[in-house]
Ligand binder design. Sequence first.
Ligand SMILES: [Zn+2]
Length: 434
Amino acid sequence: MADLLIANARLPRNAGLSTVRIESGRIRDVTDQPERVAAGQALDAEGKLLTPALVEPHIHLDAVLTVGQPRHNLSGSLFEGIAIWGERVKSLSADDVHDRVAQVLRWQVANGVLFVRSHVDVCDPQLTALRAMLEVKREFADRIQLQLVAFPQQGIQSFPDGEALMRRAVELGADVVGGIPHFELTREYGEQSVKFAVALADEFGKQVDIHCDETDDEHSRFLEVLAAETIRLHMEGRVTASHTTAMHSYNNAYAGRLIVNLRRAGMQMVTNPLDNAVLQGRFDHYPIRRGHTRVKELLAAGVNVCLGHDSVMDPWYPLGKADPLQAAFTLAHYGQMSGYEEIRTLFDMITVNGARALGLPDYGLEPGCRANLVLFDAATESDAIRLMAPRRLVIRDGTIVARTEPARTVVNWEGRDEPVDFMPVPIKVRQPIG
Ligand SMILES: [Zn+2]
């Protein structure tokens, strides 16, 4: 007897309907033909899209909901954002971090996100944010799974005792080692910081996730160092490069060679179109560069690329509600990924690709996988992104953990109330006469 049976579900990249049987929190089987199920025995998905739980591979939870504190980012630039955050961290407390993050974790679960990698600023001798986040990770472990990155916002070599703080952060329990080489005081410091981060992760058996070349400067080339260190220390598959916006400005010959080496290094790439759409190109006169990593070229070369939200209402990005669909919608435009297959790839980027980057076991829709699922109020990937479709159900280990009742909109049309759901009604094409 199944704990939960979901009938008439449309799975990603699948035109037909499927039935998903869940037992003991795991997917027992997925059958192609919709079963004839007696009313009340199964949950009827009504032909809507059912995907694995969404994965958030890149967010800064310790900074969420701090927009305007202590002041607003007037220029909207990355560096003013870093300066404002430098002021805000002075008043950081464990309760402050806990209460803000607890809110956004609820938002994420409501959006269908059950796996999160969060960067946490460790440029603080007390490591207040990291200690608070380790507590949050334990407190909410039965609701959402967190990976924490020791993230040196002000640099490793350029911040007093930076290396010691990074080591302390890993000893305290950070899962992943971070870095920010393009922000270090010199190019040499930047290289040193990358080598230090990869070696530290290797020593402790951790993963690596570096904010790498998040700048429009075509001379920012720390990604090649990260790839080389990954290969040298046999860390293939365990290293992530986030942002890599300078790749937009590299010459094609250099970028092409780099992408080959990223493939060789098994590099996991994270693109963050929400923040980088507003932060990059700030020093340009027209034409203004998009300042975005080369998503299509990386994917075509067989490199895993996933999609992050980065910020939710913080000094760098005042908008957002922790919904990966907003990031996917933005990348469809900003990364010119509006082709038929590309829209489906956007969905991979907020699900399976993210799971691969985070190294999540038992993730997906295959029998035996943990039953972590999202049912959208839309039949296709394209409609889900177009409509930012509500998550009708979010299921964690076979249990429904969030529900959304879709809004009902009515338009008064020629004196009559008529419902509008933004779905086209098939229109008969009139054949021309004669
Ligand atoms: Zn980031």
